[in-house]
Design a protein around this ligand. Structure first.
Ligand code: HXC
Length: 514
């Protein structure tokens, strides 16, 4: 009988905690088009799979009248569950409780579930919806953030860490997502910034809305802080589930293999690259012509779009694609696309995902802006990332591979395992026009008809160098292949690279050009 009563009491207590900040706060949350923290977790995880911990944790703050305040769950929900049957650890900040602000106990709940995820080697998902450090708790809040950042760093490259920004993520709080692998944002809901509009107005006298300062589009198009953009929360959760299907649970594993499926009919790989080398095309059509079911899961689609990255499958095995995009800025490498490529290459390398590189670029973007923005330092990141990566690295040169771009985009010299080139490939120090103007300047200027001479010299240069055969004759390219042969040749290369094992010189760690 006593037990029956105790169980009733337990259910009553649970119900109180589940109400978070109360009906009014929940109504306010929903009126903003936001789900509650609990409903977010339930929507993302498999039905009935969520187990919650630390439900009855309370803050211990005493200043500023805090002693009187009961903050259910201290404003954050933590637990474990499954997504498509795969175990995950999760936390979700509850904005209805003190604005989801982070105090000491709140941070201890988060670090407890982070410790679990690292120990159990399962992905960690963090749903951020918070006003930042709980002001009343002072330095304890800052300490809490520090403990989180430290764990984000320890877990980096061991387990996948996914951040979902579903509300404000203000001040130093932004640095936890920034340390994680993938950041999801949702239109009209996500707001991420270091200093908010009020501070900017006070310090700089400038007026800006939260949306224009750090909304979802800002971070997926301008800053590159976000990797995935969703129209609404359910769409965001679907994208998270899809991402998890491509990646392994930890760095000791390979991603789960799916059944092998050929690309869909309709992508005629031999007809994608135009005859005229100055004409653009969408490199994603080439990926879709190669990958299983023509399925390509693009990452950072709207930022640094001159380079395309994302996951696809080859005979059921996850591969990372790193591709120049001739459709945008002719596919040049610049500051942002170098960052984008380098980070993704390191992700694939950390999580045992083979890298397929598709090359078509005229080189690094010239200009004062790029030089002053540090294209030397940023551009070096790609060289570092490819050189360091020990997963299978397969490269296909589709068309242009000029200058530093040739070396940077997964060349043999950075230890690609297999380098293939289509007959349309042009591997040279620079484009024929520029090259002819420089090396035949004298002949051109002194000719009776300089334009005719220039055209003739461009043609001569093209015949000699703007093809794959010079590089193939040195063994820098392993095979010149027809576009239609690409998928089968890549499948073979992946198959024979399955047990690849290389080791780098012994060191604590390298010093990449961060
Ligand atoms: C304590 C907070 C809080 C905070 C919000 N609340 N932020 N309580 N500490 N940081 C409380 C509010 O007092 C309110 O409580 C409830 O949460 C809801 O907040 P509202 O302001 O009513 O909501 P809204 O109008 O939607 O505005 C949300 C907001 C705003 C934009 C996030 O609250 C805001 O600007 N907060 C401060 C953001 C900020 O500057 N954070 C940085 C802190 S410094 P009641 O009881 O009225 O419901 C920092 C440094 C960390 O984070 C460094 C780590 C390295």
């Amino acid at each position: 009988m006593a037990l029956k009563k105790q169980i009733q009491e337990l259910h009553k207590r649970r119900e109180e905690v589940r109400m978070g900040g109360g009906e009014k706060a929940i109504e306010k949350q929903e009126a903003m088009g936001k789900m509650t923290a609990r409903n977010r977790i339930l929507a993302l995880l498999d039905t009935d799979s969520f187990q919650e911990y630390d439900m009855f944790v309370q803050h211990e703050a005493r200043d500023f009248d805090m002693a009187k305040k009961v903050l259910h769950g201290d404003g954050v929900i933590i637990g474990t569950g499954t997504i498509s049957g795969q175990p995950v650890c999760i936390f979700a900040q509850d904005f209805t409780v003190a604005g989801g602000s982070l105090g000491l106990m709140h941070s201890r709940k988060i670090t407890k579930i982070m410790d679990h995820s690292l120990k159990m080697k399962v992905p960690l998902i963090g749903i951020n919806d918070s006003g930042g450090a709980r002001i009343q708790e002072g330095v304890n809040s800052l300490a809490g953030y520090g403990e989180i950042f430290f764990r984000n760093t320890l877990a980096s490259g061991v387990i996948p860490q996914i951040s979902v920004i579903l509300g404000p993520c203000a001040g130093g709080a932004v640095y936890s997502p920034a340390l994680t692998d993938f950041v999801f944002v949702v239109e009209n809901i996500s707001k991420m910034f270091i200093t908010g509009p009020e501070v900017i107005k006070t310090v700089l006298g400038e007026e800006i809305s939260m949306e224009d300062l750090g909304g979802a589009r800002v971070h997926s198009e301008i800053t590159g802080n976000a990797h995935f953009f969703a129209e609404n929360e359910p769409d965001c959760f679907d994208q998270i589930k899809k991402l998890l299907s491509y990646i392994p649970a930890n760095n000791d594993r390979k991603a789960a293999k799916c059944s092998a499926k050929p690309p869909r009919a309709g992508y005629k790989i031999g007809e994608i690259v135009p005859d005229d080398p100055s004409q653009p095309y969408d490199v994603r059509d080439v990926i879709r012509a190669i990958a299983d079911e023509s399925d390509f899961f693009e990452i950072q689609e709207n930022w640094a779009a001159n380079l395309v990255i994302g996951f696809g499958r080859m005979n059921g095995e996850t591969c990372g694609f790193v591709c120049n995009q001739p459709l945008v800025l002719a596919g040049v490498l610049d500051v942002d696309s170098s960052d984008k490529a380098a980070r993704f290459i390191r992700y694939c390398d950390a999580f045992n995902i083979p890298i397929i590189t598709l090359v078509d670029l005229p080189g690094y973007l010239p200009g004062v802006d790029q030089e002053h923005a540090g294209v030397i330092r940023h551009g070096a990141k790609i060289l570092y990332a490819y050189s360091e990566a020990s997963v299978p690295k397969l490269t296909v040169i589709l068309r242009k591979a000029y200058g530093g771009g040739y070396i940077a985009m997964g060349s043999r010299h950075l230890r690609a395992d297999f380098v293939f080139a289509w007959p349309t490939a042009e591997v040279a120090v620079m484009g024929p026009e520029g090259a002819a103007n420089i090396i035949f300047r004298k002949e051109i200027t002194e000719a009776e008809n300089p334009e005719e001479m220039r055209q003739q010299k461009v043609k001569e240069y093209k015949e000699k160098f703007a093809n794959p055969y010079v590089a193939a004759s040195r063994g820098y390219i392993d095979s010149v292949i027809a576009p239609e042969e690409t998928r089968n040749i890549l499948l073979h290369a992946i198959e024979v690279s399955g047990e690849k094992a290389v080791s780098l010189p012994r060191k604590k760690h390298g010093i990449p050009p961060f």
